[in-house]
Design a protein around this ligand. Structure first.
Ligand SMILES: [Zn+2]
Length: 351
């Protein structure tokens, strides 16, 4: 893969305090994997979006050549009860003023979707899409999950252990969530929307073809979801054509996180880059062979960095330290005591 000229990893997370200082956590990754730039995204998994956003803010303050995507904190549920100076739009404006490069939403993942009242088309969120579309801001959205997560017979064990098996009627179905995303696109057709994990459409990529034809600003990222790589492997000729035809709609990312299992992360990086940037065969998620796409340099570069730069910016946005400070003060109340213990020393040191 020595011919790769540039890589932006569009989809990374920190999302958890650890023993180690997290600011240097991706320095080694950038250097050892020859990754040029990264985009780190908030994810309310182990801690709230507010805490994620603050961690990302400090990261960007100290590593300014980094893209960051912030999340909206659900200050109050139901979501139309959020105070007006802290509703989704107010929070979005604050993040943009600080220097966040885009917004990350996890509200379409079935468990989060349930928290927001099973409705991505909620008026409080519609206001947010409206602003984001108007501004041309990039929105990275995780919506849905692999369809096998809805059935105990097919849900993988690790998904069940994470609470990502959606077995009772309190969760929306795969189809319902998909239809809500289609409605967002209908209502906000120029949204600069990237759907994470191939929108979990590995088995039905025709849906993506239809959407790409209708919505010029829509992209999907290639962050595994191992299941989609299994589908790529099963239909090599279809997917070869698909990747050639839509190379301007596909974005490279790994979903690597702070202190991940390095051996697995390395294997995964080599699998995804090998698939996009070579014509070699690689061991895929089901232990079978996935054949590299053998794309032209131009199409490979679209996926590895050009599409992301075109949509998000050729350089990361500048960072406003004063606005960041006010943001922390305003949302201090939403932090846990552990978060506060970790954030206070960073404020004293860097703000
Ligand atoms: Zn992710």
């Amino acid at each position: 893969m020595s011919n790769i000229s540039k890589i932006i990893d569009s989809h990374l997370h920190i999302s958890r305090w650890r023993e180690k200082d997290y600011i240097s956590c991706f320095d080694k990754y950038l250097k050892e994997y020859n990754v040029n730039k990264i985009n780190i995204c908030a994810v309310p998994l182990y801690q709230a979006n507010i805490c994620n956003n603050i961690m990302l803010g400090f990261y960007k303050l100290l590593r300014p050549n980094t893209y960051i995507h912030g999340g909206i904190e659900l200050i109050k549920i139901p979501i139309d009860n959020m105070p007006c100076d802290m509703d989704a739009v107010a929070q979005y404006r604050e993040l943009m003023d600080i220097g966040f490069d885009g917004i990350k939403m996890l509200e379409g993942k079935p468990n989060e979707h349930k928290r927001i009242g099973n409705n991505l088309n909620h008026p409080a969120l519609n206001k947010l899409y409206y602003e984001i579309e108007n501004d041309g801001t990039h929105l990275l959205m995780h919506a849905n999950d692999p369809d096998e997560f809805w059935d105990i017979k097919t849900a993988p064990k690790w998904a069940v252990e994470h609470g990502w098996a959606y077995l009772d009627k309190t969760f929306s179905s795969y189809e319902e969530i998909k239809n809500q995303v289609l409605q967002i696109l209908k209502d906000y057709p120029n949204l600069s929307l990237t759907l994470a994990h191939f929108f979990f459409c590995g088995k039905e990529p025709q849906i993506l073809e239809e959407l790409f034809n209708q919505y010029p600003n829509l992209c999907v990222d290639l962050t595994p979801g191992g299941e989609m790589y299994v589908e790529f492997e099963k239909n090599p000729s279809y997917y070869k054509e698909f990747f050639n035809k839509y190379s301007n709609r596909l974005i490279f990312g790994t979903d690597r996180s702070f202190m991940c299992d390095e051996k697995y992360a390395k294997w995964l990086f080599n699998l995804v880059t090998g698939f996009i940037a070579t014509d070699n065969t690689i061991k895929s998620f089901d232990n079978r062979e996935l054949m590299g796409l053998g794309l032209s340099d131009e199409k490979r570069d679209n996926i590895l960095f050009s599409n992301f730069e075109r949509r998000v910016g050729f350089t990361p946005k500048p960072f406003n330290k004063e606005k960041f400070k006010s943001y922390i003060q305003k949302y201090f109340f939403a932090l846990s005591s552990e978060d506060i213990d970790r954030i206070k020393p960073l404020m004293e040191k860097y703000l």
